[in-house]
Design a protein around this ligand. Structure first.
Ligand SMILES: Cc1cc2nc3c(=O)[nH]c(=O)nc-3n(C[C@H](O)[C@H](O)[C@H](O)COP(=O)(O)OP(=O)(O)OC[C@H]3O[C@@H](n4cnc5c(N)ncnc54)[C@H](O)[C@@H]3O)c2cc1C
Length: 164
């Protein structure tokens, strides 16, 4: 499972398991073409003439910056948190994050010494909530027990439960 982003200069694959895809694409030059041929809807949207241009593989996993604020800066949108492409929340969350950041900056400049810390706490809280919702969706998926993608998602749930 992967996500394809098209760029004028070439093609970018956005992959939640970028480590696996990087290895696979190195081992097999036509890997991406073979994967594309297995699809139904994506294939119908892409009309290739000749070879697939060499793809750039980018990680697209969920992530959070360790520190989301500092002296005279705060991280907003994808710079602070990234979301699993399955959630399709990146744009909405980035806009929301921008609005919250603006409010925090305004409060900070108006003399609220804790405004930025409040922003950082809010980012942390939102990311934790997102992880819980994401896991609830992952658990519901039972169709592909042999897929590496889904096995990895189940494993992360087991690790999370053990560390709770
Ligand atoms: C292939 C692909 C498909 C996606 N599909 C979806 C989807 O279907 N739904 C969804 O909700 N989300 C999707 N996303 C995620 C979504 O695009 C991002 O979550 C969202 O755009 C984040 O917004 P942002 O403003 O934080 O960052 P960005 O949109 O990345 O904007 C950051 C901007 O800052 C600029 N910049 C970077 N460094 C500097 C610098 N030093 N100085 C000045 N400018 C700089 C960049 O050029 C960029 O324009 C997708 C992402 C990709 C890559």
């Amino acid at each position: 499972m992967s996500w394809l982003g098209l760029r004028p200069s070439g093609r970018t694959w956005r992959a939640p398991d970028a480590d696996l895809y990087k290895k696979a694409s190195k081992a097999l030059p036509n890997y991406w073409l073979l994967q594309l041929r297995k699809t139904i809807h994506t294939k119908s949207r892409i009309h290739l003439r000749g070879q697939l241009p060499h793809p750039i593989v980018m990680a697209a996993n969920s992530s959070r910056l360790n520190r989301t604020i500092g002296k005279n800066w705060l991280a907003v949108g994808d710079a602070a948190i990234t979301f699993d492409p399955l959630s399709a929340q990146g744009v909405h969350k980035a806009l929301d994050s921008g609005l919250r950041a603006a409010q925090s900056i305004e409060a900070h400049l108006s003399g609220d010494d804790f405004a930025l810390q409040g922003y950082a706490r809010d980012v942390d809280h939102r990311f934790r909530s997102y992880l819980q919702v994401r896991q609830a969706y992952y658990i519901q998926e039972k169709r592909w027990p042999d897929s590496t993608f889904w096995q990895r998602r189940k494993r992360s749930e087991i690790q999370r439960t053990q560390s709770d």
